[in-house]
Design a binder for this molecule. Structure first.
Ligand SMILES: Cc1cc2nc3c(=O)[nH]c(=O)nc-3n(C[C@H](O)[C@H](O)[C@H](O)COP(=O)(O)OP(=O)(O)OC[C@H]3O[C@@H](n4cnc5c(N)ncnc54)[C@H](O)[C@@H]3O)c2cc1C
Length: 470
């Protein structure tokens, strides 16, 4: 072929990009295109930190493409209209892109493909985002797995592909078309004042460096350290995987020896498969009976949770890390999600939305999966999981180092008091410079009471449910 388009979406890299590599192998010239999708940008759960990460990644890849005899074309509008229109104008023979599994993306890609074919332009779709496709991990009677352990056994036994080489030459820049990469502000997104972008360096180079650093320094201790939020013991690759600054095959190739880490990659795949097979989870509980759970409408408590002002230090530390870094440690994500749903009795979808608004790695499949797991409404059904925030805090942040980093009001409080500072006597509060109710809130609810309420509500929708307490 003479000229084709590679349509970038969540695959913002030049190395091991299945569709891009195939495009370059098939054609003399590849026009790299990104379409700022009005539908996605106007969704109420799309937040400025994530858009910032996207635009910075685009800026980086724009430079890399320019250095490789190409030019990134940035379109803006509805991809169903913009991609076929530009493909016709540029007189390309085919549009290459990587498969996406989200319900909206599936509909969009079907429409774009149909419109391209109507114009005599091929639509070529490739597997890229996952190590195994949803159709390849099925039970003996060809059904999708809804429990993780058997899914994992089937998934791990499948052969995994090696990464493809980097695309070195786009075959010549296409004459100016579309705009450049805009600033967040220009497309209606203002970074929240409490978000600190210096926590991240978006882009393919930074992603590779992060992977290398993780493999060299942390991977061997991952299974011991991954649950300790005060330790930099996880990879922090999630935003890079979200935007495809690095491929899952590159990550797997370097980490295959670390079994616990690989099982976390499998959770990611599991949730993508769940979303593919049961797209309705985007809007409702996977377990039908859990759609009838009773939730409270309590804007004040929801706001306290969002701001990190619940009086539960481990919860508040996590929520403040989220606001500042656009990221939260996985153990703490589980704790704050349990707290919202089991202690405040607020619908998991409120938490899911807030996470999407503030996370740089906000990603429908793992976010929805994580929230439904924590709320006990999703796949992998178990007895009700009720986390005791004080016990979680003592177990996973025993010295209180994580709490102290994010809840600075408690910075002088010693380890034996920091998990339940409201139990400090008046003289202790004075000694440690933290008056409860003035400098830091008293707990907004009593976990022992709310745990009972949660049990009753869960039992009401599922008579046989036995609670399991962590
Ligand atoms: C309530 C809740 C919401 C979540 N929302 C998101 C989200 O929006 N986006 C997101 O990428 N992850 C989400 N997760 C999963 C997990 O918390 C993050 O992937 C992880 O904390 C990212 O940090 P890391 O890259 O250092 O992870 P590591 O521990 O280094 O793991 C490596 C990679 O494995 C994957 N992974 C790890 N743990 C999980 C998991 N439990 N489920 C699915 N994939 C996993 C991620 O891609 C991660 O980057 C959520 C979890 C919960 C409990």
């Amino acid at each position: 072929m003479k000229r084709v388009i590679h349509w970038f979406r969540r695959d913002l890299r030049l190395t091991d990009n299945a569709a891009l590599y195939a495009a370059r192998s098939a054609a003399a010239q590849v026009i790299p295109v990104f379409c700022l999708d009005d539908h996605i940008l106007s969704r109420p759960d799309v937040g400025a930190p994530r858009v910032w990460f996207l635009l910075e990644s685009l800026r980086e890849i724009e430079g890399r493409i320019a250095a490789r005899n190409g030019r990134l074309v940035v379109l803006r509008g509805k991809p169903e209209e913009e991609i076929p229109r530009f493909a016709r104008e540029a007189k390309v023979e085919a549009v290459f892109f990587n498969r996406d599994y989200e319900p909206y993306a599936r509909r969009r890609d079907e429409t774009v493909s149909a419109r391209l074919e109507e114009s005599g332009i091929q639509a070529r779709c490739f597997s890229d985002l996952l190590l195994a496709e949803p159709e390849s991990v099925l039970t003996a009677d060809a059904r999708p797995y809804s429990v993780f352990t058997p899914f994992f056994r089937a998934w791990i036994s499948l052969p995994k592909q090696e990464p493809l080489p980097e695309v070195q030459d786009f075959g010549g820049p296409f004459p100016a078309a579309g705009g450049g990469v805009p600033d967040s502000f220009d497309i209606g997104f203002t970074l929240p004042s409490d978000f600190d972008p210096s926590a991240w360096k978006p882009g393919e180079d930074a992603a590779r460096r992060r992977l290398d650093a993780f493999v060299e320094t942390c991977a061997a201790a991952y299974d011991r350290q991954r649950d300790l939020p005060a330790v930099d013991g996880t990879s922090r690759l999630s935003p890079y995987l979200k935007f495809g600054n690095i491929s899952i095959r590159q990550v797997y190739q370097k980490t295959a020896a670390f079994a616990k880490f690989v099982s976390e990659l499998a959770w990611r795949e599991f949730y993508f498969h769940v979303l593919w097979h049961w797209p309705e989870v985007e809007h409702s509980a996977w377990q039908p009976q859990k759609r009838h759970l009773q939730w409270d409408d309590d804007p004040e408590r929801l706001e306290a949770w969002k701001k990190g002002m619940t009086g539960y230090p481990i919860v508040d530390a996590g929520m403040r890390q989220l606001l500042t870094e656009g990221w939260m440690h996985n153990r703490v994500r589980m704790v704050v999600a349990s707290f919202l749903t089991k202690d405040l009795h607020i619908n998991w979808q409120e938490g899911e939305r807030h996470f999407m608004l503030r996370l740089v790695d906000g990603d429908l499949a793992p976010n929805n999966g994580g929230w439904q797991w924590a709320a006990g409404t999703g796949v992998d059904p178990r007895p009700i999981r009720i986390f005791n925030p004080w016990l979680q805090s003592r177990r996973y942040d025993p010295e209180g180092a994580y709490i102290r980093r994010w809840v600075t009001e408690l910075s002088a409080v010693p380890p034996e008091r920091i998990h339940e500072p409201h139990l400090m006597a008046a003289d202790e509060q004075r000694r440690y410079g933290c008056i409860i109710g003035r400098d830091y809130p008293a707990p907004i609810v009593d976990h022992h009471v709310e745990r009972q309420v949660a049990m009753e509500r869960y039992r009401a929708v599922r008579q046989d449910a036995q609670p399991s307490l962590f």
